[in-house]
Design a protein around this ligand. Sequence first.
Ligand code: LIP
Length: 254
Amino acid sequence: MVRYDFCRALARDAGKLAHTAFGTSAVSLKGRHDVVTEMDRKVERFIRAALAKRFPDDAIIGEEDGGTSGERLWLIDPIDGTANYARGLPRYCVSIGYVERGVPLLGVIYDPSHDWLYSAAKGDGAWLDGRRLAVSDAADIGRATVECGWSTRRPAQAYVDLLARVMHAGAAIRRAGSGALGLADVAAGRAEAYAELHINAWDCAAGIVLVTEAGGFVSDFFAGDGVRSGNPLIATNAALAGKLAEIVGVPIVR
Ligand code: LIP
């Protein structure tokens, strides 16, 4: 598991770098409510350089500098939850996913604010540091918490309609600004589901491996052109998969 060991150490090192400018990094806008900081770009360059040196034939796609896909592909979000990071809110992470021939194999998410390292490799389980993770076993949507990720990539009304469906189903909603940490929470059983009408591959590739290795179910994010164009996403447990698929309007696979 050379790549697994390497990216766990790399995510932690990248997170330590990110935290040196927590809440103080220069901020600019890529679009409405789409924040980027100087440190986002610096951390992505740091991660790219390390991966390119160690695995020169692998492809890399990152949120800030893009890239082209390949059989061996790293998907990087240098700072997920940038809007929180920029304002000094301790809810952000480094997310590194690895996909081989279209199959998500590795996921590492590092939360520098808590020094928490989430990691998962296909077939090896999902972990928070040394603790094994498992999704919630809740089966009642009326007792569930569903994090509904949001961005301006879909119309506001579509998001409002999603919230209405989730709440009318009886669930509590959460929106905490980091899709990767929202997926880590599902893997850790801290939320029953994560749903988003559109999310990018760099945001969710690592979290998808975490959730499935923690016994959860996800929608087929990598179908079609998911790697380059993103897709809707649901991540939840077996008991609620059908209900979430109905609420969000997206089929769920394993
Ligand atoms: C985040 C994504 C997610 C969205 C958040 C935020 P970023 O990405 O993980 O899709 O719900 O609002 O956009 O921009 O912080 O890396």
